[in-house]
Every structure is written in C-alpha cells, then in structure tokens.
Design a binder for this molecule. Structure first.
Ligand SMILES: [Zn+2]
Length: 220
C-alpha cells in the first residue's frame, strides 16, 4: 500500500525533461534562465522510464537479471543495457538527464554505478550519513495514528520507515492517501542517543528500521 502511494506521489510530479545548452537537463517548459532548450523526454516517456528505474532499483532487480549490492548499487552500464533492450528510445544519456533533473533526488550516481536513495521494498542496507535533525515527522490517518502511538512506526511493505524533515513534507506525503493527515513528531535526537540508527537519504527524507512508541508524540 505504501509502495503504491509512493508511486502515486511520483506520478503526480512527473513532467517532461528538456535540456538547456548552458545549464543541462531540467523539468518543465523552461530552464531557470528562461531558455526552452531541447526536448529530452516527453511526459509519457519520463513516466515510463521513471517507473522502470524505480522497479529496477527498488523492487525487482533480480527479475531483470541485475546484480545489486547490499548497499543498493547497480552497475550503470548494465542497467542502461537492460533498459535500452526494453525501450529503444531510452539511452544512457537520457537516463542520466532524468536522474540529474530529478528534484526529489530519488537516485544517486557515483563512479559508474547507480542506486535509489529511498523507497526500497527489497532488502538493502543503505549507508547514508546520520540524521542531524533533532525532530522528524510522520504523517498518517487518525486510525493509523492511534495504532502507531501504541506500537511505534514500522515499515509497511518497505525496507525502511520513511520520516520527513518538515511538518509540511510529512503532511504532503500523507495527504495522498488521507484527507486530514495527523502529524506524528519523532524525537530523533533522543532516539539516536539511545542507539537507533537514522540516515539522511535526501534533504527531506530520513530512513530508519522502526521507531518505538516512546519517541513519538502526536502534534496538536
Ligand atoms: Zn538555462
């Protein structure tokens, strides 16, 4: 269910990719400098490629014959080949443009390899820097909030629990599947002092195995 709603969030933010001769790939009609540039991928192809890469790096690398390391890395050339076999229009250059223009920073490129920063359903052991935010947030429905406050936050069909660095972001994520999100505040500083590992996957997302109830409180 969580995977589904994350995919829906992704879908809502998908837009075509264009390339500015001066500033490189960007999303939408115009680069920040005002140039329209040239088309790299239209909306439909951006969406299709996004779904494919998400599946390959987060959910079913084995089905595609892709070796994935315990830290989530896949060889970029290999991934490009598998992708290109399926979609002839999907070149490595276009893939890189998609990654580099992704405002959410979903993927990480490093030395000829690529990984998803978050959203895994497969078993990985990611190794990002430790979170430095003293408070983190998790948005949910009222019914779920009662269960969470009693039992803690546990991953649902995902490898990690995904926490937000701001109330706004937590609310935005939760509002995809509930109308009036309840925001749970996580005392991250205390949890980390007590030995719970929390990793900064992106500016907005922190990953952890689970959060026991003693670190949680509902924001009024
Ligand atoms: Zn530009």
């Amino acid at each position: 269910m969580l995977v589904n709603y994350l995919c829906r969030v992704a879908y809502l933010t998908i837009t075509m990719i264009r390339e500015c001769p001066e500033h490189g790939p960007f999303r939408g009609e115009r680069c920040l400098c005002g140039a329209t540039g040239r088309l790299v991928l239209d909306d439909a192809r951006t969406e299709r490629l996004g779904r494919f890469i998400s599946g390959a790096l987060r959910h079913f690398p084995d089905d595609l014959g892709l070796a994935i390391s315990s830290k989530g890395w896949v060889d970029l050339n290999l991934l490009s080949e598998v992708m290109h076999e399926r979609y002839r229009w999907a070149t490595k250059k276009r893939l890189i443009a998609m990654i580099e223009s992704d405002e959410k920073g979903r993927y990480e490129l490093q030395g000829g390899r690529i990984r998803a920063r978050y959203g895994h359903s497969i078993n990985v052991d990611l190794d990002f820097e430790e979170n430095t935010n003293s408070k983190l947030y998790y948005g949910t429905s009222q019914e779920e909030a009662d269960i969470i406050l009693e039992n803690g936050i546990k991953p649902v069909r995902q490898r990690y629990v995904h926490l937000s660095t701001s109330i706004e972001k937590a609310s935005e994520v939760a509002s995809v599947h509930t109308e009036n999100p309840i925001i749970i505040e996580v005392d991250a500083m205390r949890a980390q002092k007590d030995g719970i590992l929390m990793m900064q996957a992106t500016d907005e997302i922190v990953l952890t195995d689970e959060v026991p109830p003693e670190y949680l409180s509902q924001l009024k």
